[in-house]
Design a binder for this molecule. Structure first.
Ligand code: BJW
Length: 231
C-alpha cells in the first residue's frame, strides 16, 4: 500500500478557466504582487486587495471542476493507501470535484479571517474593506489568504505526510514559491518516487524522477488510471 502526496498549483484549474499567476497574461502581469498579495499592500490599500479577491471569488464561483480535479478524487476513493492533496490554490474546485483529504496551504477564497482575533467565517461573495468580525467586532476582516511573508497553513501536517510518502506528484505549479517548491526535495529525502505533471518543466523540474508533460485534464487522468490499474 503506497502513500501518495499530491501538490497542486494554478495549472490544474487553468482548463476550468481560472487564471494562473505567472503566464504572460496571468494575474501577476495585471497586478503588482506587492500591492495585492502582501500584508503591507493590504495595510496600504485594503479596498484594492479586497476587490482583487472579490473578483477572484466570483471567477471561482463561476468555474467548474475539470477532469483532473475529478481524477484526483477518484484516486483518493479507490487507492488502498493514503492520498493527501495539498493545494496552493484558493479556489474550491478540488472539494467540488470530490476530494476530501485536502489542505489549502495558501488559504481559501470562501473563507474570511479576522486580523485582530484570528476568527474565521465563511466569506460573503463581496467582502468590503473594514468589514467587522462576527466574533470580536473589530473592523479587521480580511480574505483568508496566505500572502508573501506569512506562514502557509498546516505545515506540520504537510511535512509529516511528505516524510511518509511513497509517491510525490506536483501538478501545474511553476516551482517559484516556497515552501511548496521545496516539497520535492523533502519527499525525495524520505525516499519517495517524485513526478512532475505540467505543460513544461518547472523551476525545480530537474529535481523530479519523472515528468509527464501536457495539459492536466489529459495527463492527470492518464496517471491516475495507471496507478489504479497497477493496484
Ligand atoms: C499547466 C496548465 C495545464 C498551466 N496543465 N499545467 C526560500 C527561497 C526563496 C524565497 C523564499 C524561501 N522561503 C520563503 C520565501 C519567500 C516567499 C517566496 O517563495 N518567494 C519567492 C517568490 C522567491 N514565500 C513566502 O513568503 C511564503 N511564506 C513563507 O515562506 O513563510 C515562511 C516559511 C518558511 C519555511 C517553512 C514554512 C514557512 C508564502 C507564500 C504565499 C504565496 N501566495 C500566493 C498568493 C496568495 C494566494 C492567491 O492569491 O491565490 O499564492 S503567490 C501565488 O503563487 C499563489 C500561488 O499559490 C503561488 C504558486 O503559484 P503556482 O500555483 O505555481 O502558479 P504559476 O502561475 O506560477 O504556475 C502555473 C503552472 O501551471 C505553470 O508551471 C504552468 O506551466 C502550469 N500550467 N496550464 C498543466 N493546463
Amino acid at each position: 500500500m503506497s502513500n501518495i502526496v499530491i501538490l497542486t498549483g494554478a495549472g490544474i484549474s487553468a482548463e476550468s478557466g481560472i487564471e494562473t499567476f505567472r503566464a504572460e497574461t496571468g494575474l501577476w502581469a495585471q497586478h503588482r504582487v506587492e500591492d495585492v498579495a502582501t500584508p503591507e499592500g493590504f495595510l496600504r490599500d485594503p479596498k484594492l486587495v479586497v476587490d482583487f479577491y472579490n473578483e477572484r471569488r466570483a471567477q471561482a464561483a463561476g468555474a467548474t471542476p475539470n477532469t483532473a480535479h475529478e481524477a484526483l478524487a477518484r484516486l483518493e476513493a479507490a487507492h488502498r493507501g493514503d492520498v493527501l492533496v495539498v493545494t496552493q490554490n484558493v479556489d474550491d474546485l478540488h472539494e467540488r470535484g470530490g476530494t476530501k483529504n485536502l489542505i489549502h496551504m495558501h488559504g481559501a477564497l470562501n473563507s474570511a479571517l479576522c486580523g485582530a482575533c484570528d476568527h474565521r467565517w465563511p466569506a460573503p461573495m463581496q467582502m468590503a474593506a473594514g468589514d467587522t468580525c462576527p466574533a470580536c467586532s473589530a473592523p479587521m476582516a480580511r480574505p483568508d489568504i496566505v500572502w508573501f511573508g506569512e506562514m502557509p497553513y498546516q505545515m506540520d501536517r504537510i511535512f509529516t505526510a511528505l516524510g511518509n510518502a511513497d509517491i510525490f506528484a506536483a501538478i501545474g505549479t511553476s516551482g517559484n514559491v516556497y515552501p511548496a517548491a521545496g516539497f520535492v526535495a523533502e519527499a525525495a529525502r524520505a525516499g519517495a518516487h517524485t513526478l512532475e505533471i505540467n505543460l513544461e518543466p518547472s523551476a525545480v523540474g530537474s529535481q523530479f524522477n519523472e515528468a509527464l508533460l501536457g495539459p492536466a485534464t489529459q495527463t492527470v487522468t492518464t496517471w491516475v488510471d495507471e496507478i489504479l490499474s497497477a493496484g
